[in-house]
Design a binder for this molecule. Structure first.
Ligand code: NAP
Length: 265
């Protein structure tokens, strides 16, 4: 741990080796944050992200990769312990790691193994990691090591848009909205703000299998802003939240979806 790291705020971004998580880590580094880059198995992508994040943040920026499966209790504990050992503090948790079902199947055929995999990674993991991180932030605040904490949950338009061929994914994201509300209410008096960012269609590995479908839908006006979203779009939103400019808001949902949520006539 360098001296610098005790003065720069520290964020843990789950699922930051690729896609949206990498975009968030890059924007946070640009805004003066040190970042823990969590990932599941893609070590080379995680190390590339670490290098890119250090370069984006410039001299003094600390970034470290940490392999941990958010779905398991022992890994979540390891993750938070790693942050404290490596950086000495944790000011923000970004619950971004998430998976789509391995196969899209009709709701009437959804199997329990896929349901459990998606719910464990997308909802159970963030719930218990938030619990652990919040407890840690409360202790850090008590000892004066941090002033304020942030928890940002990356949900999806799937929190409210029903896709009947990936019901388990939609359920996990709807659950994440309640997770946001619950922890926002619980931590409101403790200077820990809890927020939800709802991405629309974002160009990442996750959406590669549906690229042609979304190209067509976007061209036809699925989103009032007719383009794919980028990891940078989401990263800029998270960085704005973590700048601390919304001190009288908590539980707030930020739609970063090109206007997908609008009802138009
Ligand atoms: P992605 O490109 O597939 O990247 C997924 C990331 O999560 C990777 O870093 C992966 O690590 C990590 N990960 C997967 N399982 C994990 C686990 N059990 N523990 C820890 N890390 C794990 O996905 P993405 O498109 O960036 O999506 C990021 C988040 O945004 C997800 O929660 C997703 O549901 C949400 N989202 C995405 C879109 C979209 O259009 N792309 C839209 C709305 C919401 P490895 O590299 O090691 O595999």
């Amino acid at each position: 741990m360098s001296n610098e790291s005790t003065t720069r705020p520290v964020a843990l971004v789950t699922g930051a080796s690729r896609g949206i998580g990498r975009g968030i880590a890059m924007e946070l580094a640009r805004s003066g944050w040190n970042v823990g880059i969590n990932y599941s198995s893609n070590t080379s992508a995680a190390h590339e992200t670490v290098e890119a994040v250090r370069a984006a943040g410039g001299p003094g920026t600390e970034a470290h990769a940490v392999q941990a499966n958010v779905a398991t209790a022992a890994n979540r504990k390891y993750l938070v312990d790693f942050m404290l050992t490596q950086f000495g503090r944790i000011d923000a948790l970004i619950n971004n790691a998430g998976v789509a079902p391995e196969k899209r199947v009709d709701l009437l055929e959804t199997g329990e193994p896929s349901y459990e995999r998606v719910m464990d990674i997308n909802l159970k993991g963030p719930f218990f990691l938030t619990q652990l991180a919040a407890r840690t932030m409360l202790e850090l605040r008590k000892s004066g090591k941090i002033q304020r904490g942030y928890i940002v949950n990356i949900s999806s338009v799937s929190a409210y848009a029903a896709s009947i061929n990936r019901g388990e994914y939609c359920l996990s994201k709807a659950g994440m909205s309640m997770l946001t509300a619950l922890f926002a209410a619980r931590l409101a008096q403790d200077e820990i703000g809890v927020y939800e960012v709802r991405p629309g269609v974002i160009a990442t590995d996750m959406t590669v299998p549906a690229k042609e479908k979304y190209d067509k839908l976007i061209a036809e006006g699925l989103t009032p802003i007719r383009r794919w979203g980028t990891p940078e779009d989401i990263g800029r939103c998270v960085a704005a939240i973590l700048r601390g400019d919304f001190p009288f808001s908590t539980g707030q949902v930020f739609d970063v979806d090109g206007g997908f949520h609008l009802r138009t006539l």
